[in-house]
Design a protein. Sequence first.
Length: 698
Amino acid sequence: MLKARFAPLPLGLAALLLAAPGHGEDLPQIDNPPRLLAIPTAQPAGALNTAALLRAPLELDQPQAAPREVAYDLDIRYRYGWIRNPSLERPGQIHYDKVALRSYLPGALSPVATPASSQPSATPFIAPLIEVYPGQTVRIGLNNKLNRDADGKPIRDPSCTDQGGSGNQPHCFNGTNLHTHGLWINPAGNSDNVLISINPGVSFQYEYNIPPDHPAGTFWYHTHRHGSTALQVSSGMAGALIVRGTRQPTQQQNGDIDTLLRPYAGVNFRERVLVFQQIQYACRFKAGQYKGMIKTYGNTATPPNEEDQRYRCDGDDVGGIEGYDQFGPKTWQESGRYTSINGVVLGKMAQARAGDVERWRMVHAGVRDTINLKLRRLSDNAPPLAGLFARQMDDYVARYCSSGTELDLPLIAADGLTMGKVQTRKSVVFQPGYRWDALVSFPSAGKYCLINDVKVSSTIDRSAPSARLLGVVDVAPGQASRPLQEVLIGAARAHFPSAVATKVSAELRNGMKLSSFVPHPDISPQEVTGTQTLTFNIDVSQPGAAFFQVDGKPYAGERIDRTLKLGGVDEWTLRSDFVSHPYHIHVNPFQIVKIVDPKGKDISAEGAPDSMDPGDTQYSGLRNVWKDTLWVKNIEASNDPKIAAAGRYTITIRTRYQRYIGDFVLHCHILDHEDQGMMQNIRIALPDGRGGTALGHH
């Protein structure tokens, strides 16, 4: 039997650990995140009756149980737990590091949810799943309890000091707020307002009025206080937020793809919610330096150098994330940490059956490092994962997860928004903040490798580790695989009225189009009323310093960088002058028009190669796709204008400013860049009737 190794624990926790089932050679199970349960109320379940509201296609019967209003209670607390650390494992051992991290947990008013994992020794640091419906009013009480440590003792935040005129130094690590990433809702007041600070000991109730015409899809939520965002998200303060769709398409109006992906005649469309996180905890010396760096060179992991004691946890150490020295180029690879899925490192996804079509809702909830997801067949003669030396883990993929056996990953939605057609890939690139929905099917029973095979070209600093295993999918015998087109046409016939089923089936036969489920109409050139340009940059011209900028300026909280007109439609041009950055804007999504490489070639069409950066396929197929986060690439890292221009890609997007006014932000979604100044304040204002905007009531 394998032995589990743990850092010493307090007596109560140790007792819980010892009572846990033995690991054997089995892997911990990757379950869906636990669902956050609503606060019980006397409000009757009521009809989300949107019949008289804007865009309300035919409703199904089952969502009538959803109330018009729903309230949740969410705590932010330090808590102890354990994270598996394969980088320190030896044959016959599974190593867990003890950690104390900031976490989202159900508050005192919430009913207790079922734990997401049956492994108490591997407490998953994953926030609860939140589910909402279009037309609902959703209230979330956020209780900041970071005024106490994991033992319940009062603490103060030493990082929360006067910044000397600059808010772009990481600070106030225990102040927080809440961002509903990708939701099309009001950015002001007590709605999706990230320009407030909820300090330790303070509670605040957010109120999100989800419009009845809001797209269904996969979104997420995370902390967003400027100065502490990266540190808190890296601690695991991020969770999936799903807008459930109930609107069938009609012959005149589009509907939600959720109404197609419902069970029928032996087809279940099992749903998996997969939240990828990169929890980069460290243990520290009393002087503050972090311990035990593990360096990797290609496929060989070298033992820690005794003179370089960073990124290592010993004895009574408790890992944490308490400083921005843990973030930077290559630090994730050097840390030896592993990407977790729903809080589980190197786990197993079970209850899959051969031939079944599953819907995978996938969220990159990490801070800065790219994921390139692949599924490969695991060789039948592969040894148990739990019986290897750490240095053997990197070789495992090359040896046993056979190259050339990649499964198809048919994508149906980008950043929660249903695409115009199914796009099938052999690999899917996730930049921080990205979401992809895929319809996954396994051709036969057996085990399959879930791999992160990052290419150099896909990363911010053009460095990448070896292909790394994220987990295993255990597939039971099932049925013979059927073409996805056939399965979806069958679903349309089973669920929709005859005329609608005929329309949807014809679209699927015509290149696997999903036209009846696209949430936003295309933006034509004739609709555009204005233009915007944006350029990311890191100024490293001063030795030993880096200045994070948008349009040549670091963030200033008191400055409004752009005032945009409600009802306007802008065409934006995005560039980066120094390395690559994921662009994210709050509130309004955008449609991609073109992505032009440094030689002037548009590479956004499906199947288009990136000849300037061979092997990078992440832009292929993005033309006309709607998103809220997008990689802006530069293959050079230089402040020399000529060198920067030679590596700079130019991206054109269009966006509508609809319904909501107020102040919000755009920023780089490498969150330590955002915390250090790569962000702008945006204001959407009413037209003044004379071609400008009205900024007041006088």
